[in-house]
Structures are given as C-alpha cells and as structure tokens.
Design a protein around this ligand. Sequence first.
Ligand SMILES: C[S@@+](CC[C@H](N)C(=O)[O-])C[C@H]1O[C@@H](n2cnc3c(N)ncnc32)[C@H](O)[C@@H]1O
Length: 244
Amino acid sequence: MRFDIFTLFPEMFQGPVTASILGRAQAQGLVEIALHNPRDVTTDRHHVVDDYPYGGGAGMVMKPEPLFNSVEAVYQGGPIILLSPQGRVFTQAVARELAAEPRVTLLCGHYEGVDERVREHLATDEISIGDFVLTGGELAAMVIVDAVSRLLPGVLAAGSTEEESHTAGLLEYPQYTRPPEFRGWRVPEMLLSGHHAAIARWRRKEALRRTRVRRPDLLAKAELSVSDRKLLAEIEAEDEVHTP
Ligand SMILES: C[S@@+](CC[C@H](N)C(=O)[O-])C[C@H]1O[C@@H](n2cnc3c(N)ncnc32)[C@H](O)[C@@H]1O
C-alpha cells in the first residue's frame, strides 16, 4: 500500500514513520510512504504557499495552486483525504476501509487551514482524528498511516489485530506478562492454568466487563452472541454483589 502525503513540514515525519513497526514495514516493501512538499512546485521567487484570508482575520491560509499542482504531478488514483477538524471522525472502521485501498493521498493543512477550493475540488474525503484542533494535519496523517498500516497483511504477526480493542466493537481484555507476581500483585490464576478454552472464556468476559464499565456506548452497539449475553448476566450479578 502506498501513502502520498502532502505537507509543508516533511521533516516532522522523520521518526514516527521510520522507527519500529512502520520502519520495518517499509523496509519489507509492505508499505510505501512518499512525502511531497507543495512548496517544491511553486515557481515564484519566495516560494509562497500561504496568504492572508479574504475578509480579514487572524492567521494565514494555504493557497490552492501549490497543493493542486503537487498532487496532480504524482496522483495515480485512490482517495484524496484532507485532514481537517471538520471531517468525519477517524475510527477503526475507517482504518479498515482505508487498508483496503492500494493508494491513499493525505493532504496536511497548516496555519488557519486550506483554501476552501481544495476541500471542494481536490479532496474526495475529509477526516478528523477527533474533536480538537491541531496546529497542522501532520500528526493526524501519522495517526492514520500508523493505524492503517498495522492492518495490512504481514505488517504484524498473524492474529495480533484480531482480538484487540475496537476490532469487534469491544475493548480488549487485560494483558499480563512475566513475572507471575510483582510487588505482591499476582497475575489472575486463570491465565496461568494452561486451560485454553477457560482462558478464552475469561478473556471474553473481561473484555465485556471492561467495555461495560468504560464504554457502555460501544457495548450498546456491539454484536453479542448468546454466550456473551450469559457472560454479561454473570458480570451484572457479580457487580450487584460488589456494589454496597
Ligand atoms: C489550526 S488547524 C485549522 C483549523 C480551522 N481553522 C478550523 O477552525 O476548522 C490547521 C490544520 O490542522 C489540521 N487539523 C487540525 N485539527 C485536526 C483534527 N482534529 N483532525 C485532523 N486534522 C486536523 C488540518 O489539516 C488543518 O487544516
């Protein structure tokens, strides 16, 4: 899969996309990340990429020509996503949708944002990573590249993404590793038992418990099996005992 990222600050991507799993995925040829600076296609003496907003007001607005020209010079299909606090909110479902694309183009705004004609006539989609305002789209692009890349076959060990939070609409069960006892806090005995079916049941129950407490909104939307409903009834009964 290839990401074409258009940014005035390509140096911001050094580190996040070169280290760890993303770095390895690129070295293995599973993910390609191409950074493009719209400033490079400007032809004026000062390489101007932003200007004052029509109508006045604080801050600068990114001009349309450099963005259009730099995208059109390399574009070979796929969604063109404008990173924006006004876009549809990025979720695991959107990450899965993008992971099915062979190419994704990401446009990073900066300053007060981009000229509206980029949104109307260049972008095919607009994505926000949450209801807050960043100084630029670069961090949002990195979040998307990271969340999408780890879903691609071969990037993580097989099975790593199957049971984790948000995959099946629930939060993940608690995870433990060695030592079995740390400062007097023991790992739940069930996990040391070696009974795979009982461990799977314990994990599912804890995932349901966690989601019920922390994200009841997710639980209300999750697809639950008959055995999930039984586990939930057990959890509710246990909680009644523990709540004075
Ligand atoms: C300071 S913001 C501009 C905000 C804009 N003036 C507004 O009120 O909608 C600059 C750039 O950061 C990026 N950005 C800011 N918040 C974002 C978010 N929550 N998700 C994705 N991108 C964001 C966008 O690319 C945006 O053009």
